[in-house]
Design a protein around this ligand. Structure first.
Ligand code: MLT
Length: 306
């Protein structure tokens, strides 16, 4: 007789992932006594997690929205999906680098203000073409801070685009080190990366040690005109310091995957509603990975990636 478990679904979890749960399970957003919860980015408080819950699946890499420590005291494993959305994030980082290098942010804003006759539009086009001339990626240096699944994929893509890559990760695993392209120069500190790079991309979790990792002091060490990209977590960049860096010209552009009131209308800034992992493909990959892990735990007690 197949076992029956109840699985509470919070947020939208891809149908392909839900289809990996055994047909005998009761699955839905209105399950009352759940044995497991599948969640994307909704914030879960410990008090909201019923005592019946045996496991939680987070359809993404980070687990900041889940009280992991408290749950482990209760013996509840939290499964995540490292690497399952890495390609989606990588593609947006490359798009962000190009937006910065080709001055697409001010150029788009400039065109949005244009009105007038064909002749006036033509004149404005000529002026814009000159004002927003950019630069190309080959030969320029990308600094990658955090060389896990996403950081190493970004490093690989940048090398394929002809860039030099320097990377740092204080906690790199042996497996991740093996995955890294040989041409990545391994730095010994964050400082070494920020001094050397024309573009800096962050791929670390938000921890006490990484909060405000990019601060005024480190922005001052950067090359004038650096493009900074944060597609990791809010809080890793000190946004006030980034704004000062943009105003002084130390930063040329700041691509930030989070809304930020003080920043989002500033020249050189793009703020996004955390779109890094938002592709249909990534959502499916994450949902499939966590649905399989949660099922394996409920059925067999296996813990592969908690
Ligand atoms: C992640 O941690 O992988 C992302 O935050 C996923 C998401 O956008 O939900």
């Amino acid at each position: 007789m197949p076992k029956t478990f109840q699985v509470l679904i919070l947020n939208t979890i891809s149908k392909r992932g839900l289809a990996r749960l055994p047909a005998s399970y009761v699955v839905g957003s209105d399950v009352v006594q759940p044995d497991a919860i599948l969640v994307r980015s909704a914030n879960l408080r410990e008090m909201d997690i019923p005592a019946s819950v045996l496991a939680i699946g987070r359809a993404g890499a980070g687990t900041n929205n889940i009280p992991v420590k408290k749950l482990s005291e209760r013996g509840v494993p939290v499964f995540n999906a490292p690497g399952a959305n890495a390609n989606a994030v990588k593609e947006l980082v490359i798009a962000g680098m190009l937006m910065g290098a080709r001055n697409l942010i001010p150029a788009i804003r400039f065109v949005e203000t244009l009105t007038g006759s064909d002749e006036e539009m033509h004149k404005a086009t000529e002026a814009g073409k000159k004002a927003f001339a950019g630069s190309e990626l080959p030969g320029r240096t990308l600094g990658v801070i955090g060389l896990g699944a996403i950081g190493s994929l970004v490093a690989d893509a940048a090398i394929k685009l002809g860039m030099n890559v320097i990377g740092f990760d204080p906690a790199i695993t042996v497996e991740a080190a093996w995955r890294l392209p040989a041409r990545v120069k391994k730095a010994n500190s964050v400082e070494e990366v920020v001094k050397a790079a024309d573009f800096i991309t962050l791929h670390v979790p938000l921890l006490d040690a990484t909060r405000n990792l990019i601060n005024a002091e480190r922005i001052a060490m950067m090359q004038p005109g650096t493009v900074l990209l944060n597609f990791a977590r809010e809080g890793i960049v000190d946004n006030a310091a980034a704004l000062a860096g943009l105003q002084s010209g130390q930063l040329h552009a700041y691509l930030n995957d989070f809304p930020a009131n003080a920043l989002q209308r500033q020249p050189g800034v793009v703020c996004l509603p955390h779109l890094g992992a938002s592709t249909g493909e990534a959502e499916e990959n994450c949902a499939v990975m966590v649905a399989e892990q949660v099922t394996d735990y409920l059925e067999n007690g296996n813990i592969l990636n908690a």
